[in-house]
Design a protein around this ligand. Structure first.
Ligand code: FAD
Length: 466
């Protein structure tokens, strides 16, 4: 059997694996990213809330340190990769007189911790709260600035484009099933053959403890499901959450979150679950309603979608970023729970330092190629440009996605319906996919396959049967 040799193998093409590959794309090393899924970002990175967070409790955790560092790196990365990011504040709203009396004390505590890292904390009185957030009911609030919301689909897609443009190899639909540590590296056995690499990075998300176990390293993970409800339209200008003086485990976390798409997310909630459970039931929605419904004056917004994601929660509730006990040539990233999206750029930089410490020779490339912005037909028209016939064939009227946009998404690597959805926004509008029949036809034509061969997200997730 053919064995393919690399300097570095990354297991996992979630946002963390992709950021590590993005950093490595600046050096003269041969890198492969291996993923069991059909496309990048189809693991935990597919179902989150898209918030760039700030300081995290517990304040002295690695999670908090890397979130602060990651937050500060995002503007530069988003500019370079042409990804939409919007900076805003989080408002913790006082809804009763006890909360109102507590505001100065909460400000004092938060300001000591957040202020030291450059995040501004302020108390807003009722009038200022009304001015800042006309749709929010409350007696006052604490404002923390420098949060962000990002188009994480665009981020994943542009990280992937950057990596492929700069020589990183990807093996999709490829599951790592066994590893063997050799004198000069690691043999990685997959369902599609063997790879050899001198260094291996385990960025396998929900399966990171399983991959670590293949090397004889033991970690315990629990799994926390988060449900999110999406509304058409923007309910608030900033991220808004009720002030909680004593956190209630049943309603922990989450907020009213304006997105870069002009929609609003409520959530995520948090409940312990098993790894494969992405179900949403009435009780989940009730928890979100109870927590966020009372914060808004106007509630006539149309809910368009509910979805769930699952986070890997490690023992000790902190990221585990460490060498394997076997060798410094193996680096484990275990339990990269929330805010892993925020921390990912900083995690990647830490991994580069660890590779250097382990003896990897990382020589910068003379030249690195930059990615172009993704230009959708909609924006060409908005800017008064002229369009061709394919750009005139609208497939998704709500989001203005055309045949040409689908063709471009395929050119950039999409192979499944979800791959197209994430790259174009197809089906994400108010009707939530009445165009899917036509979309399946056009996507199959553009991929040059029968509609029966098109899947939602790889594997056996067929969309059409005869
Ligand atoms: C509900 C929810 C809301 C969240 N909201 C936010 C937020 O607002 N802000 C924020 O900063 N963070 C948020 N997070 C956290 C964030 O989404 C994650 O921390 C981040 O996506 C983790 O990325 P990852 O690359 O580690 O994992 P993943 O995206 O899961 O990537 C791991 C990859 O490894 C692959 N893999 C696994 N095992 C194998 C194998 N044996 N062989 C080959 N491939 C394998 C998987 O297929 C997967 O693609 C949220 C998480 C959840 C669940």
């Amino acid at each position: 059997m053919l064995v393919v040799y690399y300097d570095i193998a990354i297991i996992g093409s979630g946002v963390v694996g992709l950021f590590i590959a993005y950093e490595l794309a600046h050096y003269r090393v041969r890198v492969i990213v291996i993923d069991r899924e059909a496309e990048p970002g189809f693991g935990v990175s597919k179902g989150h809330a898209g918030v760039i967070h700030v300081v995290q409790p517990p304040f002295n955790s690695l999670r908090s340190k890397l979130a602060i560092e990651g937050n500060k790196l995002y503007d530069g990365i988003a500019k370079r990769l042409h990804v939409r990011v919007r900076r805003l504040s989080t408002l913790l709203v006082a809804r009763n007189p006890i909360h109102l009396i507590a505001l100065p004390a909460v400000w004092f505590i938060l300001n000591r911790v957040y202020g030291k890292h450059g995040f501004r904390v302020r108390v807003l009185g009722p009038r200022e709260l009304r001015k800042r957030e006309p749709n929010v009911k409350g007696l006052g609030a604490i404002e923390v600035n420098n949060y962000g919301v990002i188009n994480s689909f665009e981020l994943i897609s542009q990280l992937y484009n950057f990596c492929t443009l700069n020589g990183i190899d990807f093996a999709f639909n490829t599951e790592v099933v066994k590893v063997k540590v050799l004198d000069d590296g690691v043999a990685i056995l997959t369902n599609r053959g063997e790879y050899r690499a001198r260094y291996v990075i385990n960025a396998a998300g929900l399966y990171s403890a399983d991959v670590a176990r293949m090397f004889g390293d033991e970690y315990r993970l629990e799994f926390g499901k988060g449900v999110m409800l999406v509304f058409w339209g923007e309910q608030t200008r900033n991220i808004v959450a009720p002030l909680q003086l004593a956190p209630n485990p049943k309603t922990k976390g989450g907020a009213i979150i304006p997105t870069v798409f002009g929609t609003t997310i409520w959530g995520p909630s948090l409940s312990m679950s098993d790894r494969g459970d992405r179900s949403v039931n009435e009780a989940d929605i009730e928890i979100l309603n109870e927590k966020f419904g009372g914060l808004l004056r106007r509630r006539d917004f149309i809910p368009i979608r509910a979805y769930a994601g699952v986070r890997p929660i490690p023992e000790g509730d902190d990221f585990i970023i460490t060498y394997s006990k076997l060798s410094k040539h193996i680096i484990h990233l275990v339990g990269i729970e929330s805010p892993g999206l925020t921390a990912a750029p900083a995690i990647a930089r830490r991994v580069i330092e660890m590779l250097r410490d382990a003896g990897a020779v990382l020589t910068p490339k003379d030249e690195v190629r930059e990615v172009d912005p993704v230009v959708m037909t909609k924006s060409i028209i908005e800017e008064g440009g002229t369009i061709n016939a394919d750009q005139g064939e609208v497939v998704c009227p709500c989001m203005g996605v055309t045949r040409a946009d689908i063709r471009e998404a395929i050119r950039r690597g999409a192979r499944t319906l979800d791959g197209i959805i994430f790259r174009t926004g197809l089906g994400m509008g108010i009707c939530q996919g009445m165009c899917l029949g036509k979309a399946i036809k056009v996507i199959s034509e553009e991929l040059g396959i029968d509609p029966e061969k098109l899947t939602k997200s790889g594997g056996n997730s067929w969309l059409v049967t005869r």
